[in-house]
Design a protein around this ligand. Structure first.
Ligand SMILES: NCC(=O)CCC(=O)O
Ligand SMILES: [Zn+2]
Ligand SMILES: [Zn+2]
Length: 328
């Protein structure tokens, strides 16, 4: 055989196979999405997300302590009001006695090593379930939405969040959040991670069930990106870099690897996150349960593909599993 034909000599050993990766999955790249409810003692199974639960603030220690021991380094918080009454402005989002603010303080106190990010959006807290304020005709009213989202983000920063991550997709919110963080003295104390390219995806189904955030009417297609929209995604990424985002995110992850690769090129000097969303996680579980593949092998393949595309940080419900698998 010709010299130039032979590749297999380069990956015949597990170690030389590991060198083929530009970037290896490590525990520090994993950010774990967690659901905190306003029922302080809650520990409730989320049926649509295998192994995931809604926790009350009083249960955070028992929930996180074993994971911290295994090397958990960061979480992203989602508040789930189940008792309180929602309104049009999402008052519950930054209620000083609401689940997110209380959880930030509790985690800072119990686990000072954990990096705490907070999802910032209004959909879990508004009576209409949309991510911003609405005009009478149901369209998004951008300016007051952005002002309110910036207010919520600042209140999370004041409570001690290391990172605020707006997922609402309102135009101009990155600039507005950055400005309000700086003006309040948090510019150098809080990271701004933008869900820059968040697509209107079928894969959020289990999350809406978990967080109670399904829109009461209509859909999110006028603010989340159309799945076909490579150009809009590239423009959103460039805009958010220009508006002061510290981290860029693409979401969902596996069906949008080309967008991750685009973001790696357009925001090459930024950390790049991707979110393996609820439907991706549930699908991998369902496929494994159906005997299509081995769960662990598929979980690694999915996340390693994201790293190959350019991600440096992965938000995933597989985090507890990876902490086990990466410890072996
Ligand atoms: N802001 C979070 C979502 O919109 C959904 C995430 C998921 O489906 O896991
Ligand atoms: Zn939302
Ligand atoms: Zn959301």
């Amino acid at each position: 055989m010709d010299i130039s034909s032979i590749l297999q000599g380069g990956y015949q050993h597990p170690l030389s196979r590991s060198w083929q990766a530009r970037r290896q999955l490590t525990k520090g790249m994993l950010m774990y999405p967690i659901f905190i409810t306003d029922v302080p003692d809650a520990n409730v199974e989320i049926k649509s997300l295998p192994g995931q639960r809604r926790w009350g603030v009083n249960r955070i220690e028992e929930f996180l302590a074993p994971l911290v021991k295994k090397g958990l380094s960061s979480v992203i918080l989602f508040g789930v009001p189940v008792n309180a009454v929602k309104d049009g402005r999402g008052t519950l989002a930054d209620d000083p006695n609401g689940p997110v603010i209380l959880a930030i303080k509790k985690i800072r106190e119990l686990f000072p090593s954990i990096y705490i990010a907070c999802d910032v959006c209004l959909c879990e807290y508004t009576d209409h379930g949309h991510c911003g304020y609405l005009n009478a005709d149901g369209t998004i009213h951008t300016e007051p939405s952005v002002a309110r989202i910036a207010e919520v983000a600042l209140n999370y920063a004041k409570a001690g969040a290391h990172c605020v991550a707006p997922s609402d997709m309102m135009d101009g919110r990155i600039k507005s959040i950055k400005r309000s963080l700086i003006d309040a003295g948090y510019g150098n104390r809080c990271t701004l991670m933008s869900y820059s390219a968040k697509f209107a995806s079928a894969l959020y189904g289990p999350f809406r069930d978990a967080a109670g955030s399904a829109p009461a009417f209509g859909d999110r297609k006028c603010y989340q990106l159309p799945p076909t929209a490579k150009g809009l995604a590239r423009r959103a990424i460039q805009r958010d870099v220009g508006e002061g985002a510290d981290i860029i995110m693409v979401k969902p992850a596996l069906p949008y690897l080309d967008i991750i690769a685009d973001a790696a090129e357009l925001a090459s000097d930024h950390p790049l996150a991707c979110y393996q969303v609820s439907g991706e996680f549930a699908t991998i579980h369902a496929g494994a349960a159906a005997g299509i593949y081995d769960l662990r092998t598929m979980a690694f393949e999915s996340v390693e593909s994201m790293l190959r595309a350019g991600a440096t940080l992965v938000l995933t419900y597989f985090t507890p599993d990876f902490l086990d698998w990466l410890s072996e």
